[in-house]
Design a protein around this ligand. Structure first.
Ligand code: NAI
Length: 646
């Protein structure tokens, strides 16, 4: 069956795209639309055309399977032009999302009707691109320059009511979309809106561009697509329609071939593959109707918040009543913070909190589907918790640990039915950070593993399966990253040069600044623990600082000094003094060489992790670094950006 079909409702033609799963604009769809324009233009019975999509969404964007192939005709800009200049007016009837090329097709229509929960947008910059079929040229002609800049340079979709307010759509349809669109088409005004390509571009004061550029450059740092998109928008207001279209197309094709776009495509595909591992296809998951968290500290509260955000009722278990109160207060602080930042309404925050029951009684967990343990990082404490859980929980409940470094096999020792046990390693703050390392033990059964992935989907996390080793994937690479940073300092590179180089590379913070923020003592205590257990752990420069009382910002100094109430790192003479005997004087490296060394160290450890099967594929390691450790997305991750040919 054809992916584009035409039906008639009296004098109205209804063109339906049916190209599951998301009606992507593949070649067959473009061809079908093109042919529909000619067919309907030559049909004297037809007065107007409704364009609608079958399934769950309007055209959700380009066909990702065509991403790396040369474009096949008909090209989208021509299809959009054909629709726009058709003799019969086309009306887009939008449900789900009209994104990228999908929204550009809608821009070619004379009217855009949408359901209230639909969203429209031009997310191309998130793939390192600009819109390629008139998005930057038609949008300012439709809604003015400010809304266009926002839409195109952030890539963020806009929902129905806001889209209506901005003028991106003409009407919100409350009833049946198809019936309402046909009724709308039967009753068009005598004077139709002028096609966007024939409208004048808005006049924009010169100062606007400088300001916009400053704001965007600050936000995106070295990511190129948003500023190139701004340049397209500017051109669209300065030259005629056809020249602006040509400029946009050239920019699009240029960016499509760029390294950043390749990196962002790589991450896009990695993220799509991550939540549904092929090995788990068809495996039934356990129910996830409610959950419990043991321990309401930093991680427990964050995990409970994430579970509440996904709508699950949560029981929070703590050691005693005072600790329950503290745990609930931690949760309240998270939701209050979300209200302050405008992410939640007060009412929603209250409802989130109301869905959490604090308790000291494990008996409350008799009907809990999923329990996540986040108590102190001590084997004996964790064992006790799982003893209790083994006694009270349902046989099919999934029991998980959030341990960072302990061996999950030891934690699960003695647990009845160990098939239901798994490691679920969240990252701090757990309600924000997208990464979830999923760590099965050899005994974890497939249903439990599949449920871990299902949980990630439910929470909107990016799941990565990790094998058991110290630090799993992420913290293990972090250790090597930090060791390499120290190696540079030992060979004479200035601490601040290392940090500056990694910021220039695209991290929000360098390795030493990040340690000062998080505290140097956590890793120190862990090394001390290993030493106490008789392991040969060599002294790090960080250890020397911690022994001198420099644990980071919280003690007024770590790798840097800090003035009271100020988070700006200041080079420290005390540190120079403390480390003097360990540093060779005066060797400098340029920023690119420093970044090469540090990213190279990450990738080398990544290779080792792959070789021993702790990670399944290089792209999983990239996802870990991007979603757990702030690696710049547009670089594609350490494995991608150090692999040959990129
Ligand atoms: P935390 O010290 O902030 O919280 C631990 C909480 O567990 C405390 O509120 C304590 O009262 C409670 N607790 C202790 N024993 C308990 C018991 N028997 N029953 C019930 N509650 C008990 O520690 P944090 O940072 O939240 O870490 C928790 C776990 O998460 C550790 O295993 C840690 O390694 C892991 N983790 C920590 C990350 C971090 O960035 N802090 C990141 C990922 C994992």
């Amino acid at each position: 069956m054809s992916v584009v079909t035409i039906a008639r409702e009296g004098k109205i033609a209804v063109v339906t795209i049916d190209n599951p799963p998301v009606n992507a604009l593949g070649q067959a769809v473009r061809q079908g639309l093109s042919e529909a324009v000619s067919t309907l233009d030559s049909d004297p019975e037809v007065t107007a055309v409704v364009l609608i999509c079958a399934g769950r969404t309007f055209i959700a964007g380009a066909d990702v399977s065509e991403f790396d192939k040369p474009p096949q005709p008909p090209h989208l800009p021509d299809v959009v032009s054909a629709i726009e200049l058709a003799a019969k007016p086309w009306i887009a009837a939008i449900h789900g999302s009209a994104l990228g090329g999908g929204f550009e097709v809608a821009l070619g229509c004379r009217f855009r009707l949408a359901t209230a929960d639909a969203s429209v947008g031009l997310p191309e910059v998130t793939l390192g691109l600009v819109p390629g079929a008139g998005g930057t040229v038609r949008t300012p002609r439709l809604v003015g320059i400010e809304a266009a800049v926002d839409l195109v340079t952030t890539g963020k979709p806009v929902r129905g009511p806001r889209a209506l307010e901005l003028g991106l759509i003409d009407r919100i349809v409350e009833g049946d979309l198809r019936a309402d669109a046909v009724a709308f088409a039967q009753d068009l005004p005598d004077e139709l809106p002028v096609p966007l390509s024939l409208r004048p571009a808005p006049t924009v004061p010169e100062t606007f561009w400088g300001n916009a550029e400053t704001i965007i450059a600050k936000r995106v740092k070295r990511e190129t697509a948003p500023l190139r998109a701004l340049a397209c928008l500017r051109r669209a207001t300065e030259v005629d329609f056809a020249s602006a279209m040509a400029f946009e197309r050239t920019t699009f094709l240029d960016l499509r071939a760029s390294k950043q776009a390749a990196a962002l495509r790589h991450v896009f595909f990695a993220e799509r593959a991550a939540p549904r591992p092929a090995a788990l296809a068809g495996i039934e998951t356990r129910p996830l109707r409610n959950a419990a968290v043991i321990g309401g500290g930093t991680m427990g509260a964050g995990i409970a918040a994430a579970l509440r955000d996904a709508g699950l009722p949560v029981i929070l278990i703590e050691r005693d009543d005072a600790a329950v109160e503290r745990g609930l207060a931690n949760l309240k602080a998270i939701f209050d913070g979300a209200v302050k930042r405008g992410r939640l309404t007060e009412a929603a925050a209250e409802a989130r909190l109301a869905g959490v029951t604090g308790s000291t009684d494990y008996g409350a967990l008799a009907d809990t589907d999923l329990v996540i343990e986040a108590v102190f990082e001590e084997l004996s404490v964790k064992r006790q918790v799982f003893d209790e859980l083994g006694r009270v929980c349902r046989a099919d409940a999934v029991l998980a640990t959030n341990t960072s470094y302990l061996d999950p096999r030891s934690i699960a020792e003695g647990l009845p039915r160990p098939g239901r046990f798994i490691g679920l390693h969240f990252f701090s703050p757990a309600n924000i950070m997208k990464l979830l390392e999923i760590v099965p033990t050899p005994e974890t059964d497939a249903a439990t593993l599949a449920t871990g992935f299902a949980l990630a989907r439910l929470l909107g996390k990016v799941p990565v399966r990790a094998g058991i080793c110290e630090g799993f994937i992420g913290n293990r690479i972090l250790k090597h990253y930090r060791a390499e940073a120290e190696a540079l300092v030992r060979q004479g590179v200035a601490i601040r040069d290392v940090d500056a180089a990694m910021r220039a590379f695209g991290f929000a913070m360098g390795p030493f600044e990040a340690q000062d923020l998080g505290g140097l003592d956590i890793a120190f205590l862990q090394r001390e623990g290993a030493r106490a257990a008789g392991l040969d752990v060599s002294e790090t420069l960080g250890d020397i600082l911690v022994r001198a009382g420099r644990k980071g910002q919280k003690t007024g100094g770590g790798w840097y000094d800090y003035e009271a109430g100020d988070r700006r790192p200041l080079p420290s003479q005390d540190v120079d003094q403390l480390l003097r005997d360990h540093i060779k004087p005066g060797s400098a490296l340029d920023a690119a060489a420093i970044a090469d060394r540090l990213v190279g160290a990450m990738a080398r450890e990544g290779e080792a992790i792959l070789a021993e099967g702790t990670a399944e594929r290089p792209s999983d390691i990239d996802l870990v670094e991007i979603h757990g450790y702030g690696f710049p997305r547009w670089r594609g991750g350490p494995m991608f950006c150090t692999s040959a040919g990129t």
